[in-house]
Design a protein around this ligand. Structure first.
Ligand code: GDP
Length: 465
């Protein structure tokens, strides 16, 4: 129902037919060229020789031709699927030509489509058309990109739920209530001379408070949503030989299969992206924070300190066979109040030393042995618990800064409205704040998002989506 994009006079009607190769570059079993726009079907009919005419929602076998006209030769066989407007991904006429995944064939198809008058699609332009047509909102469009970029199943699930409109559905009743409040105040103003009662101050305050409750909960969902979306960095620090690298390897071994190589590997810090219980985690194994003897070491130490400062979580690895040194005490003090864990490593060589626990004040200690694997499972689950901040997964979480900004702006506007209401200034002034809140909520779903920002968002998509 929310399709103001259609009626926005700024938006030119969609006329061009766009084309792109929607499958990733390189060879593959299948490669797909997508066409969308009013000419999609007629162009497809010239690009391939169809055995039967295109029909909405039906796949058709066809010969891919190397040129136009009678002398054209077949260079591949394809399956062509047609989706008639408005029941397609873009809401325009859409054709997908699934040929064999040969870059030569796909390039030829694309080039011929352009020869027939199609324009090369911009990144994300198919999804942008769906958005401009009002078929999906901005949070759903963002979810499409998130789904494609997902590296863990948890991320994919979250994206799929947002793609289904979970976030918009959560925001919709708040918006509805806000509109009602605005209508009440507007009525109070417009009909002040008539017999409509002006809404009493307490009633306005109550309604604003009621709006803020679900909105604050939505705002709070960002802490978890962002972790699932972006992941976290865990810095592993400690003195040389404490067992940092060994523990690092222990932590990642079960996850090897889904580990992706990270470019952050340097002489002094090694990092690896893993997924612990669906939370993407970047482990940074630092060179240690020892006293430097030469310039190279100094650089390494500086980098370790940087990694420590940047990391959301810190794992301090202590050697259970050694007493705490000054540097380790400093380290423990430095992480006070931050999410941190101590691994008391080499547990196989030494009993837990209770006399040290005072120095570890507040930082939870897990006894581990990188050698035998003892305590590693517990360490892993403690890291996950720390990473998710104890927050449970919920439906319709905020997952990026743009969404978070929209909701915090709405909350700020409500707070301003409440203050204005308390100071008994005219309702027109309260309304200004409420409209600002409404505008912010609308920007969440993209109804009031500036064109250049939209452009920026869709440019982060891949070509062909
Ligand atoms: P790092 O310098 O902190 O990265 O330490 P390493 O992981 O390279 O380990 C230093 C030495 O301690 C290596 O010889 C490891 O095999 C050994 N080591 C690491 N963890 C343990 C452990 O839990 N028990 C025992 N016995 N040896 C360990």
């Amino acid at each position: 129902a929310d399709t103001p994009q259609n009626s926005d006079p700024k938006m030119a009607p969609v006329l061009e037919t766009i084309a792109a190769i929607s499958t990733p570059p390189g060879r593959g079993g299948i490669g797909i060229v997508r066409l969308s726009g009013p000419e999609a079907a007629s162009m497809a009919a010239q690009l391939v020789r169809l055995q039967r005419p295109l029909e909405h929602g039906r796949a058709r076998l066809a010969d891919v031709l190397d040129a136009e006209g009678e002398t054209a030769e077949r260079i591949d066989e394809a399956v062509v699927t047609y989706f008639a407007a408005p029941n397609s991904y873009t809401a325009d006429d859409l054709v997908e030509i699934a040929a064999h995944g040969s870059p030569v064939v796909l390039d030829l198809l694309l080039r011929r489509a352009i020869g027939l008058g199609a324009r090369l699609a911009e990144p994300g332009e198919f999804t942008q058309r769906a958005f401009l047509a009002g078929r999906i909102d901005l949070t759903q469009a963002e979810a499409v990109r998130d789904l494609i970029d997902a590296q863990t199943l948890t991320q994919a699930r979250q994206a799929a739920s947002q793609m289904g409109g979970a976030l918009s559905r959560r925001a919709a009743p708040v918006k509805q209530d806000l509109v009602e409040l605005i209508a009440l105040l507007e009525a109070g103003i417009d009909f002040a001379e008539d017999d409509v009662d002006v809404t009493p101050q307490q009633e306005i305050a109550r309604r604003i408070d009621e709006l803020a409750v679900p909105l604050s909960a939505l705002e709070a969902s960002f802490s978890r949503g962002r972790i699932v979306h972006d992941g976290l960095t865990l810095a592993i620090v400690g003195r040389p030989n404490a067992g940092k690298s060994s523990l690092f390897n222990r932590l990642v071994e079960r996850e090897r299969a889904i580990v992706t190589p990270s470019p952050g590997t340097t002489r002094d810090t090694v990092s690896e992206r893993i997924s612990l219980d669906g939370i993407p985690l970047e482990l940074v194994d630092t060179a240690g924070l020892r006293e430097a003897h030469d310039v190279a070491e100094q650089l390494g130490i500086a980098r370790s300190r940087e990694a420590l400062a940047d990391a959301a979580l810190v794992l301090i690895v202590l050697d259970a066979t050694q007493p705490l040194n000054e540097e380790e005490r400093d380290l423990l003090r430095a992480v006070q109040g931050r999410p941190a864990l101590v691994a008391m490593n080499k547990r196989d060589l030494a009993e837990a030393r209770s006399e040290e626990s005072a120095a570890l004040d507040g930082v939870p200690v897990i006894a581990t042995s990188a050698l035998t694997g003892e305590g590693v499972a517990e360490l892993r689950s403690r890291i996950v618990a720390l990473a998710s901040g104890g927050a449970a997964s919920e439906s319709g979480m905020l997952t990026n800064l743009r969404q978070h900004q929209a909701v915090t702006t709405a909350l700020e506007a409500l707070a301003d409205a409440k203050r204005a209401n308390e100071s008994s200034i005219p309702h027109e002034m309260i309304l200004l704040d409420l409209y600002r809140g409404l505008w912010a909520l609308d920007s969440l779903t993209g109804q009031t998002t500036a064109d250049d920002i939209l452009q920026l968002i869709f440019s982060t998509f891949c070509i062909g989506k």
